[in-house]
Design a protein around this ligand. Structure first.
Ligand code: HAM
Length: 428
């Protein structure tokens, strides 16, 4: 077993940690269903071609970070690095025109071969939301507000929304011509990484982290100045609507995002409470993707939230496990089978019921119930088995039962059992 370890950048999650994940996921699902967004599930494994065409060959994700391999049929497969391309593929394949307006969400693992650090893993999880067929500025606003409110609902502090517009294909190609000219002239002042990007993905140079290059870029042509009047007005409208809703934003003209499919609105939400991997949510409009992938002309916009980063940010109160409602202490052949039967009955009441399977002494089982801070206990031993009745009592945490709240109930008397549960466990 010496060498059997998990792969770098992947993690095991144990029950104590998963309490927080489950609580966060529960809140996320509630929020999504309240906004009438429906779930979609696509395969984790896709044809490599999907991501090359969908995300763009020159992006870091496709050129450096994908988990790609040949399967036994010599087909090139890739573990999905994100969800948008898969959703687009699934919709095209399923005949998008029969249902052109859709609001969808997905949640699950994604894979990118990045350098692992706090908040950055090779297998990580995203909640993604995609509004398909929506082209109004209002849909951009709804998407941004949805992401903002989800993070707010989880009590996440120090949030910053950054927005930008990438214009349409035409705007961008006009800008690119002039930007490329400028890059060639100023090539020597750029860092090496940015120099390498000139031929591969020049737009990405704009969000370099290199301070010297950042400074030089201040004099570069701006995409913003190449926007058509229509694109420009669209952007102004977006800002106006965000202001009406009092969603604070900062404009960041260098926000270009790491995937090639974006048009018009691009946005990111960061939190000051995270370290260097501060972006908890990223998204934007992708009006050309579905057409580019062989579907009908279908505008769309979406975002994805990184769940590991969300968990790092979510409050401590979400780490608290739900208390056991009833702990069933039992010992003896007949007693144990009666206890099993009773536990099945009790679980129909939306109660958290733990059946002790240890066969240990009563006092050990009492100690376990105490440790779990169970709200109540049932004891079933040989006497109870012979008499056909058990005692259920509230547990006062000191290890003793509370005499006032105890009741002797026959195994057959479901009405008495239900009354006791209603009066003692289900009352708020
Ligand atoms: P993205 O910006 O590449 O966008 O990823 C979205 C979020 O996933 C990031 O903001 C971050 O929180 C999380 N994330 C990304 N990589 C890692 C990693 N290695 N470890 C941990 N968390 C990570 C997309 O994926 C687009 N599909 C979003 C989108 C949906 N745009 C339109 N629709």
């Amino acid at each position: 077993m010496d060498n059997l370890k998990n792969l770098r950048g992947t993690v095991d999650l144990f029950p104590d940690q998963l309490i927080k994940w489950q609580n966060v996921e529960k809140i996320l699902l509630e929020q999504l269903s309240r906004a009438s967004i429906k779930e979609i599930r696509t395969p984790i494994l896709e044809m490599t071609e999907l991501f090359i065409r969908g995300i763009g060959e020159g992006t870091d994700v496709v050129s450096k970070e994908m988990y790609t391999f040949l399967d036994r049929g010599e087909r090139s497969c890739t573990l999905r690095p994100e969800g948008t391309a898969s959703v687009a593929r699934a919709l095209i394949q399923n005949g998008i025109s029969s249902n052109p307006l859709q609001k969808l969400w997905y949640m699950g693992p994604m894979f990118r071969y990045e350098r692992p650090q706090a908040g950055r893993q090779r297998q990580f999880h995203q909640l993604g939301v995609e509004f398909i067929g929506h082209d109004s500025v209002r849909s951009d606003v709804e998407i941004i507000v949805l992401a903002w409110d989800i993070l707010g609902k989880l009590g996440i502090k120090e949030l910053n929304l950054e927005i930008n517009t990438l214009g349409d294909t035409n705007d961008r190609s006009n800008f690119q011509k002039s930007f490329l000219k400028w890059l060639e002239t100023n090539k020597d002042s750029l860092d090496l990484d940015s120099q390498n990007r000139i031929s591969k993905n020049p737009l990405r140079i704009l969000d370099t982290k290199n301070l010297q290059t950042k400074k030089v870029l201040e004099n570069a042509p701006r995409l913003f100045n190449f926007l058509s009047e229509k694109s420009h007005n669209r952007y102004l409208d977006l800002k106006r609507q965000l202001e009406v809703l009092k969603i604070p934003y900062v404009e960041n003209f260098n926000l270009v995002r790491g995937l090639d499919y974006y048009t018009h609105t691009a946005f990111e939400i960061t939190s000051g409470a995270l370290g260097s991997q501060a972006t908890v949510c990223g998204g934007g409009r992708y009006d050309d993707l579905i057409k580019q992938m062989g579907g009908p002309n279908t505008p769309a916009i979406g975002f994805a939230i990184g769940l590991e980063r969300l968990i790092l940010l979510a409050g401590k109160e979400l780490e608290i496990p739900r208390n056991t409602d009833i702990y069933i202490i039992n010992q003896g052949l007949i007693a144990e089978s009666l206890a099993m039967d009773l536990s099945r009955k009790l679980r129909n009441y939306d109660l958290l019921v733990e059946l002790d399977l240890s066969g240990a002494s009563f006092s050990k089982q009492f100690r376990k119930a105490n440790k779990l801070k169970s709200k109540s206990i049932i004891v079933i031993g040989d006497d109870e088995a012979v008499n056909g009745e058990f005692t259920i009592r509230l547990f006062d945490q000191s290890g003793n039962g509370n005499e006032n709240e105890e009741e002797v109930i026959s195994f057959e008397n479901d009405i008495k059992l239900e009354n006791w549960i209603n009066n003692n466990l289900l009352v708020k």
